[in-house]
Ligand binder design. Structure first.
Ligand code: ASP
Length: 592
């Protein structure tokens, strides 16, 4: 009943047919998208990678093909031989809409069960169903476009890096733990009983070793694995653009990445010309309340702590108070102001204090406490104009060595920017952040931990403080931010063995622990290591932003759910007892 492909050869993609193809014979292949049976005439929309084409089966002209077309259903796979003709009335909704194909022969190559959802972009199936039937989901135009875009961007990145003299070098997937701060995915070894490989959290150590090997410029589009807590926009395996250079100044790494991003952005017609802006970490926090500020709008923070001194006790304010000025929001209703408060509280505010500045004067619930004159001074200090709303806030939680009021105000800034539509969606604001501290205090571990990873270089003048005042050490690290999203980070590395050994010690590793975990690397460092540095950028996120998608799952062919499951392949899954036996592994009953 089904026909074979035989010697049939496709002559064109359905979606590529144009008016200029009129009066030519074609052979098209694809899936039946839709069928309309008008008796003497049957129309189908035939779909392939490039789009749709309308096919007409005419009972009078080609009765055999017409009779077969009566059997067609959604998602049947067919080959159509026919002639392209101009339509009397073009369909502007599809690219091939000026023409249609008068079918002379139909070959039904395969049938299909009725799909669980329509293969359309405005599909109303849940994401769970979409992921379970990802092969059908990927037939829709938008995922198609995203996957193609991903290919084009990655291909462009490779071309750009090749031009700059980088070699793409693969590093092992079965390796040992790499210190990026997450939990490892472990793979048991059958041959070496009781031993495990770790899947790489990043190729960090290998790429540094490649510099020791004299490869000079390395890159890799590489899968990394981190068993981290579940979060909406995180995948347990994700793709990085990882690179490393020998003898680089920070500026050389920035220039390489700026060139790569320029080329990647050009794929979607976005102009991204370097040099990108630079901000020091502390200035980013002070001005925008974030280490990944969205520079598509201004609304900078103002420290208004001193204005609140008289009411500190009364309002139970601890720490600093930051304010932002929301332009034009003085007209906001009570309900809108309540929503601001609710948002701020959920973001960790102890108190939120609003001040409306209007042509008639200043109104605020703070007036009875602070007095009109102080409010006027406050409004002047933050540069508020009539029509503006000042939103000041203080954080509930205070953490030693950090100012929690900044992060809170940063979130309020983003909330207000969004509500007031201040974010210019046509802008692409790249930003380098530098000047990070080398260590950060871990409340859970009650010790100093690497702010990035333990191979990050130290500003030379601070070397002496490594043992005495680690909190004062500045790092040679940097982050790249785009539109408020951290794309990735990197650093100029430690290339001296003695410094690396001191670094491990500063992190609380004994000589023995350092040797056990990183002995091979410490050894490698002793054989003529060149100064080197690099960076890694999250490509899923980059492509997601360029594709205009909110979720990175939309630009990954086979993503996992937020519960780290592949619903289509049904993994993770249990394995046979034989396999466990071969590995010498017994599964403990989960603790109740
Ligand atoms: N290995 C680092 C990371 O994955 C990036 C780098 O330092 O190059 O975040």
């Amino acid at each position: 009943m089904l026909d074979s492909l035989g010697n049939l050869k496709r002559s064109k993609y359905c979606g590529a047919l144009r008016a200029s193809d009129a009066d030519t014979d074609v052979i098209l292949m694809g899936w039946v998208h839709r069928r309309r049976d008008l008796g003497q005439l049957i129309f189908i929309d035939l779909r392939d990678r490039a789009g749709l084409a309308q096919i007409v089966f005419n009972n009078e002209l080609h009765p055999e093909a017409h009779a077969k077309a009566e059997d067609l259903r959604s998602e049947f796979v067919v080959a159509v031989e026919g002639r392209v003709i101009r339509r009397q009335k073009a369909n502007p909704d599809i690219a091939s809409g000026e023409v249609e194909v008068m079918a002379t022969r139909l070959h039904i190559l395969n049938n299909s069960k009725t799909p669980p959802f329509q293969i359309e972009d405005d599909v109303n199936a849940s994401e769970e169903t979409r992921l379970r039937y990802r092969y059908l989901d990927l037939r829709r135009p938008r995922p198609h476009r995203n996957i193609e875009l991903r290919h084009r961007i990655l291909f462009e990145v490779r071309k750009a890096l090749d031009e700059l003299g980088f070699f793409e070098i693969e590093t092992p997937m079965l390796t040992r733990s790499t210190p990026e701060g997450a939990r490892d995915y472990l793979v048991p070894s059958r041959v070496h009983h009781g031993q495990f490989y770790a899947l790489p959290q990043s190729p960090q150590i290998f790429k540094q070793i490649l510099m020791i090997s004299g490869m000079d410029r390395y890159f890799q589009i590489v899968r990394c694995f981190r068993d981290e807590d579940l979060r909406a926009d995180r995948q347990p395996e994700f793709t990085q653009l990882d690179l490393e250079m020998s003898f680089p100044r920070q500026q050389d790494i920035f220039e390489a990445i700026e060139y790569v991003m320029k080329r990647a952005c050009a794929v979607v017609g976005v102009e991204a010309n370097g040099p990108f802006r630079h901000l020091e970490y502390k200035d980013a926090l002070r001005r925008y309340g974030s280490d990944k500020p969205d520079l598509r709008f201004a609304m900078e923070l103002h420290d208004v702590t001193s204005f609140f001194d008289p009411v500190r006790a009364l309002l139970h304010i601890e720490g600093n108070v930051q304010a932002v000025v929301a332009p034009g929001a003085a007209s906001w209703s009570r309900k809108q102001l309540d929503e601001v408060s609710e948002f701020a509280k959920s973001a960790g505010a102890r108190g939120v204090y609003t001040v409306k500045v209007t042509a008639e004067g200043i109104t605020s619930p703070l007036e009875k406490n602070l007095g009109a004159a102080a409010l006027k001074k406050l409004a002047d200090a933050v540069g508020a104009k009539p029509g503006d709303l000042i939103v000041a806030s203080a954080a509930k939680e205070q953490i030693s060595h950090s100012d929690t009021s900044l992060g809170l105000a940063g979130q309020i800034r983003l909330y207000l920017g969004d509500k007031l539509s201040l974010i210019d969606r046509s802008k692409w604001e790249f930003l380098w952040i530098t000047g990070f501290a080398l260590f950060e205090w871990s409340e859970t571990d009650k010790r100093w931990v690497s702010a990035q990873h333990p191979f990050t270089g130290i500003i030379e003048e601070d070397l002496d403080k490594l043992e005495t005042a680690p909190w004062e050490c500045r790092s040679k690290g940097y982050d790249l931010v785009l539109n408020g999203v951290e794309l990735g980070s990197g650093s100029i590395r430690i290339h001296r063995q003695d410094v690396q050994a001191r670094m491990f010690k500063a992190l609380g590793l004994s000589d023995e622990q350092a040797r056990q975990r990183f002995g091979f690397f410490l050894d490698a460092l002793t054989y003529g290591t060149p100064p080197h540095g690099g960076i890694a950028l999250g490509l899923d996120r980059t492509v997601g932003l360029l594709a205009g998608e909110k979720s990175i799952r939309e630009v990954i062919a086979f993503p996992k759910t937020t519960a780290a499951q592949d619903l289509m392949a049904e993994s993770p899954s249990e394995v046979d007892q034989d396999q466990l036996d071969a590995l010498g592994i017994a599964i403990k009953q989960a603790e109740k």
